[in-house]
Design a protein around this ligand. Structure first.
Ligand code: ATP
Length: 250
């Protein structure tokens, strides 16, 4: 479980997040949505052990985040894919796992790449891949690390709408199979609604959690869902909370 207790992060001139409380259960997929600059990335960085809280605590299965990170228990996916340009897709996927001191497993790396439709691009270099393909490799790389927790920061932010939708469907399918505890940051309300088991709405800066909404689409997370009334209602609910949070912050 990820336990975030009363966490504040203050930089020299700005308080990025204040008094954040959030518990994320094993295998849960939580989306975090909020206005630009409200501290979403800071929150993810604290959970990932890349930033220390000024006050409060974060633990991951009872450990400090930096301990989990160093043990290879956290998989990161950022907007910028951060693939190594001189390594192929397969080599990139395997490299991180090797760096974390885990035994290589080429068959699993290949199989994961195939499961996101990259069968023909296993030996391609990042420059030969589209933006969506590179993000698929970055997600597969985090999964192959076999981390317990996936931390994704706007991973589809630079992609066109259609690719974004496709990757959302794929990510959710991978989640059903792999059951990783997942935290996904986004500006996009429809994306937050589609992906999450729960959505945390963060207020305008300094970021506080305005509310968390349960999302129950059971196993129907495919493109059919986009047209459904229940999905539209969920999007509207989150959007309303987001507007409330911005107004409350003024
Ligand atoms: N290392 C840092 N030093 C000083 N200020 C910082 C640092 N990192 C973030 N901030 C500030 O903290 C606030 C929150 O930034 P953060 O990047 O976490 O927000 P965000 O919600 O992820 O933004 P966006 O959605 O635009 O990516 C901003 O005012 C930002 O300028």
């Amino acid at each position: 479980m990820i336990a975030i207790d009363d966490v504040t992060v203050a930089f020299e001139t700005v308080t990025a997040i204040a008094d954040i409380d959030l518990q994320i259960q094993p295998s849960e997929f939580v989306t975090i949505v909020g206005p630009s600059g409200c501290g979403k990335t800071t929150l993810l960085r604290v959970i990932g052990g890349l930033e220390s809280p000024t006050a409060g605590t974060v633990t991951i299965d009872g450990n400090e985040p930096a301990v989990s990170r160093d043990a290879g228990d956290l998989g990161f996916v950022f907007q910028d894919h951060t693939l190594l340009p001189w390594k192929t897709a397969l080599e990139n996927v395997q490299f991180l796992r090797r760096m974390a001191g885990k035994p290589p497993d080429e068959a699993q790396a290949r199989s994961l790449l195939e499961s996101v439709g990259l069968d023909e691009f296993v030996d391609a270099y990042p420059r030969e891949l589209s933006g969506g393909m590179k993000q698929r490799v970055a997600i597969v790389r985090a999964l192959h690390l076999d981390a317990d927790v996936l931390l994704l920061d706007e991973p589809f932010g630079a992609l066109d709408e259609l690719t974004r939708d496709q990757l959302g469907v794929e990510l959710r399918r991978l989640h059903e199979r792999e059951q990783k505890t997942t935290l996904f940051i986004t500006h996009s309300v429809p994306e937050a609604a589609f992906l999450g088991d729960r959505c945390a709405v963060v207020t305008d800066a300094p970021g506080r959690i305005e509310t968390t909404l349960e999302i129950d689409f059971s196993d129907q997370r495919d493109t059919e869902l986009f047209g459904s009334v229940e999905y539209q209602k969920q999007v509207a609910d989150i959007r309303r909370k987001l507007y409330d949070s911005v107004e409350d912050g003024r």
